[in-house]
Design a protein around this ligand. Structure first.
Ligand code: NAD
Length: 424
C-alpha cells in the first residue's frame, strides 16, 4: 500500500497541527475544493474567559477557561470539558475539530466543540472545583444550549461536574434543562451505559479490527495506558472478551504482569487509593514509557495526546493500536507505524462510543424517556461496528491507513452537508 506523505509540519508539533496534517492529507485524496477546505480548517468560534475563584483559604485565584466551536454544519456542537494543568487554546482547538470529525464518522447529527480550564483538579477541594465549574458555566451561558452547544465530561471532569453545570445553566433559564449537557449522573437524566461507553466503543472497534487482522482475542495480549474512565473500562471489557491485559498505567505508575492483570482488582485498588494505581502490588512496576513498547498484540493508549511519537514509534511491538485517547499519536509517528505494518484504529473512530451514547442521552432527555442499558449498548455497538466497516472499506478502496480513511469519511460528510446548506 502506498503511503501518502503528510503535509510538512511546523517545527513544533502541537495538537492542532497534528490534526491539520491528517486533515490536509485526507482532503487532498478526496479532492476537496479549496473553498470548503478553507471553511473547515478553522474553528467557527473561540472563546477565552478569566475565572476568578475564591479558594478555601480565602485567596482569589484566576483560572483561564476556553470553549472552541469548530463546526455546527452537521448540527449543534458537542464536546467535553477538560480540567487539566496543561490545557491551552491550541489543544482545545484540536480537540474541537476532532469532535467534528468524530461525530461525522459515526454519523450522528452534531458539530464539534471542546472546552477546558487550565487547573489541577487533583490539588483542589470539591468546593473549589464546584465554584470553578459554576463560574465556567456562567461565563459560557450564551454559548451553551440544548440546541446550540452541548458539553460533556473529558479528562478531569465527570458526572459530578456535569450536574453542577446543568444546575447552574438551569438556574439562569428558570427551568430544568437536562439536555444542555451529557455525561450527567443517572438520576439527573444521565444515560445508562454512558460511563462505560467510550471504553466499550474501544472494545468493539478493537474486536472488529482483530477480526480483520485474524487475531484471536482469546490468544491475544494487551497493554492499556491510562486507567481513568476510558482506559479502565476498555481494559475491563477487553479482558471480558478474552484478551489478557498484561499492563496498565496511570500517572501513579505503570504495572506489568505477564500472566495478566486482574482488572477488577486494579479498579478496586485505584478507587480505594484516591484514583491512583500507585503502589499496586499485584503486578511489577515498570517505567511509564515502557508500557507503549511491550511485546503485546494490542496497545490501547487511553491517557493523553502525543505519547506515541517519532522517537518511540519504531520500538512499538503491538500489531494493533486502538486509540482510546484523543490524539495519542503524533502525526510524525504515522509513517513510522504505517511502514512497520501496524494497524491503528484512530481516535476519531475508536473513542467515538462516548459521543454516541452522549447523543443517546440527549435524545432520551428530549424525549423525556429512559432506555434500558441493553438498548443503549446494542445501538451503540451497532453504530461503532457500522462506522468501523465504513472506514475499513474506505481504507481498502483508497489504499490508505484507517486514520486517513476515517478523516476522509468524516470530511466528505461535512463537506457534502455544507454544500447543501450553502454559505455566504
Ligand atoms: P480520566 O481523567 O478519567 O483518565 C485519564 C487517565 O490517564 C488517568 O488514569 C491518568 O492518571 C492517566 N494519565 C494521564 N497522563 C498520563 C500519562 N502521561 N501516562 C500514563 N497515564 C496518564 O480521562 P478519560 O475520560 O479516561 O480520558 C482519557 C482520554 O480519552 C483523553 O484523551 C480524552 O480526551 C479521551 N476521551 C475521553 C472520552 C470520555 O468519554 N471520557 C471520550 C472520548 C475520548
Amino acid at each position: 500500500m502506498a503511503y501518502i506523505e503528510p503535509a510538512p509540519l511546523l517545527d513544533k508539533e502541537n495538537p492542532f497541527e497534528a490534526m491539520m496534517t491528517r486533515f490536509h492529507t485526507a482532503s487532498q485524496i478526496l479532492g476537496l475544493e479549496e473553498e470548503i477546505y478553507n471553511v473547515l480548517k478553522v474553528p467557527a468560534r473561540q472563546v477565552i474567559v478569566s475565572l476568578p475563584i475564591t479558594m478555601d483559604d480565602g485567596s482569589i485565584r484566576v483560572f483561564e477557561g476556553y470553549r472552541v466551536i469548530h463546526s455546527t454544519i452537521l448540527g449543534p456542537s458537542k464536546g467535553g470539558i477538560r480540567f487539566d494543568p496543561h490545557v491551552n487554546i491550541d489543544e482545545v482547538k484540536a480537540l474541537a475539530a476532532w469532535m467534528t470529525w468524530k461525530c461525522a464518522v459515526v454519523d450522528i447529527p452534531y458539530g464539534g466543540a471542546k472546552g477546558g480550564v487550565t487547573c489541577n483538579p487533583r490539588e483542589m477541594s470539591a468546593g473549589e472545583i464546584e465554584r470553578l465549574m459554576r463560574a465556567y458555566t456562567l461565563a459560557m451561558i450564551d454559548i451553551f444550549g440544548a440546541d446550540k452547544d452541548i458539553p460533556a465530561p473529558d479528562m478531569g471532569t465527570g458526572p459530578r461536574e456535569m450536574a453542577w453545570l446543568m444546575d447552574e445553566y438551569s438556574r439562569t433559564q428558570g427551568m430544568t434543562v437536562n439536555a444542555v449537557v451529557t455525561g450527567k449522573p443517572i438520576v439527573l437524566g444521565g444515560s445508562l451505559g454512558r460511563t462505560e461507553a467510550t471504553g466499550r466503543g474501544v472494545m468493539v472497534s478493537a474486536l472488529a479490527a482483530m477480526e480483520k487482522l485474524k487475531i484471536n482475542p482469546y490468544k491475544a495480549t494487551c497493554a492499556v495506558q491510562g486507567f481513568g474512565n476510558v482506559g479502565s473500562w476498555a481494559a475491563r471489557l477487553l479482558a471480558e472478551r478474552g484478551l489478557k491485559v498484561q499492563a496498565v498505567s496511570d500517572l501513579g505508575g505503570a504495572y506489568y504482569n505477564e500472566n495478566g492483570i486482574d482488572i477488577e482488582a486494579a479498579v478496586r485498588y485505584r478507587d480505594a487509593n484516591k484514583g491512583s494505581l500507585e503502589g499496586f502490588k499485584e503486578a511489577q512496576r515498570i517505567s511509564g514509557g515502557d508500557i507503549l513498547t511491550l511485546p503485546v498484540d494490542v496497545l490501547v493508549p487511553a491517557a493523553t495526546e502525543d505519547v506515541i511519537t517519532a522517537s518511540n514509534a519504531g520500538k512499538i511491538q503491538a500489531k494493533l493500536i486502538v486509540e482510546g485517547a484523543n490524539g495519542p499519536t503524533s502525526s510524525k509517528a504515522d509513517s513510522v507505524i504505517y511502514e512497520k505494518g501496524i494497524s491503528v484504529v484512530p481516535d476519531i473512530l475508536a473513542n467515538a462510543g462516548g459521543v454516541t451514547v452522549s447523543y443517546f442521552e440527549w435524545v432520551q432527555n428530549r424525549l423525556g424517556y429512559k432506555w434500558t442499558a441493553d438498548r443503549v449498548n446494542r445501538r451503540s455497538d451497532r453504530i461503532m461496528k457500522d462506522a468501523f466497516d465504513n472506514v475499513y472499506k474506505t481504507a481498502v478502496d483508497y489504499k490508505v491507513s484507517l486514520r486517513i480513511a476515517a478523516y476522509m469519511v468524516a470530511i466528505d460528510k461535512v463537506a457534502k452537508t455544507y454544500k447543501y446548506r450553502g454559505g455566504f
